[in-house]
Design a binder for this molecule. Structure first.
Ligand code: G7M
Length: 396
């Protein structure tokens, strides 16, 4: 590799190297920020643009060249395989390995994503110096390849290093399956599963404790009970509003997900809805009726947070089997304080998701109408694990 390639620094890994600028002592040199902590993410999303969103927060935001002081050294990088790619979203998920001098090669996941066009820079793309190379010309129609200057050809890059097997399978394209989770299923399958796994949400605590991304905070209501913090999502490069994406993270700990919400949490949810919209309107001039404000179920991280995305943006994870509009959540809780404990919730899980395996393995019981002597009924008990059907005769 002729030139050293420098990417935004991931946290946690030991690879970040100072770029030439930083080495020369340019102002603004800073260490890698925050980070993903160990992943868990049982709620992996189906389809391309899989979420889950690990990765350190890069130093450069909002096109601040001076902030590009810490890079990621790609020497020794080699592609192992493409985990998934999407021509539509112009995204590719790559599993690679990086061999540090002499040391054992470590896994890395790199996500490359072509960024949306910015209206302000179109005049720099299309002018008399534009390098346009003709493909086809026919009457009034013609197609070209346009080779823009490097600064207008940015590729958003997320690095997870070192990546675990979990990260790799998380991004691997897989079949997805719908799960209907009843109140009982949650108690007997999902809740014990979540308790058995120590999903790390260190990155969330880092944000709440201002140990990471502190300079990114858009708004904060500091109330320990009903307050929250609003911050740009890792997926948004903040360079254009078309794909605006922020997350509101509540200060209160212990609310794992939508399932835990009761009417007790209404003040918190109303604050997030109201103040979140006001803060975004003030900072970005995007009104509340142009925002999609929702919670994921299942989420990737089990600390309550709410997504704010531009309504016109087809954000990954905004499909009906995944997103629950905050306004509807509030209304449901006003109608029934225990709505989210009682109702069946439907979501999609990837084939290799351990939670899906638990649903499959768990004993299902269904009632069959089998003629019996008066006063008795028969129940069929089906166990996936043993592949057996057992009938029980029960007295009514
Ligand atoms: O699926 P779930 O509802 O759990 O979504 C979590 C959201 O948190 C996703 O939209 C991620 O892109 C976002 N996210 C994940 N990490 C690790 C970070 C982070 O370190 N910083 C920020 N700002 N957002 C993150």
């Amino acid at each position: 590799m002729a030139e050293k390639l420098l990417l935004a620094a991931p946290s946690g890994g030991k690879r970040p190297k100072l770029s030439a600028a930083a080495a020369e002592g340019e102002p603004g040199a800073q260490g890698a920020q925050g980070g993903p902590g160990g992943q868990g993410e049982p709620g992996g999303q189906g389809g391309p643009g899989a979420q889950g969103e690990p990765g350190g927060q890069g130093g450069a935001q909002g096109g601040d060249e001076a902030a590009l002081t810490v890079g990621f050294d790609l020497r020794g990088f080699r592609v192992e395989r493409i985990l998934q790619d999407s021509a539509r979203s112009k995204t590719v998920f790559i599993h690679g390995q990086i061999a540090d001098d002499g040391a054992e090669a470590k896994d890395v996941v790199i996500i490359l994503e072509k960024t949306p066009f910015q209206t302000e820079t179109l005049s720099l793309l299309l002018n008399k110096d534009a390098d346009l190379r003709l493909h086809v010309k026919n009457d009034i129609y013609s197609t070209y390849s346009l080779y823009p200057p490097p600064t207008l050809n940015e590729i958003k890059t997320t690095v997870v290093y070192p990546a675990t097997e979990k990260h790799i399978t998380k991004y691997l394209r897989q079949e997805v399956y719908l799960v209907h989770e009843s109140e009982d299923d949650y108690k007997t399958i999902t809740a014990p599963y979540l308790e058995s796994k120590a999903f790390s949400i260190q990155w969330v605590y880092n944000i709440l404790e201002k140990k990471a991304e502190a300079d990114q905070i858009v708004y904060e209501n500091p109330d320990a009970q009903n307050g929250f913090l609003l911050i740009p999502d890792l997926k948004w490069n903040q360079k254009q509003l078309d794909d605006l994406y922020l997350v509101a993270i509540c200060h209160r700990r212990g609310i794992k997900s939508l399932r835990d919400l009761t009417s007790e949490h209404l003040p918190l949810l109303q604050n997030i809805l109201q103040e979140g919209q006001e803060a975004i309107s003030e900072r970005y001039k995007v009104k509340g009726n142009q925002l999609r404000i929702y919670l994921h179920y299942q989420p990737s991280y089990y600390h309550l947070h709410v997504h704010f995305t531009a309504l016109s943006y087809d954000a990954p994870g905004s499909s009906v089997e995944h997103a629950h509009l905050l306004s509807s959540v509030i209304e449901n809780l006003q109608i029934d304080p225990k709505y989210y404990q009682k109702h069946t919730l439907v979501f999609a899980l990837k084939a290799d998701n351990p939670l899906l395996q638990r649903f499959k393995q768990t004993r299902k019981i269904w009632t069959l109408k089998i003629p019996c002597s008066e006063g008795y009924s028969a129940h069929g008990v089906y166990t996936n694990l043993q592949n057996t059907v057992v009938f029980e005769l029960m007295q009514n």
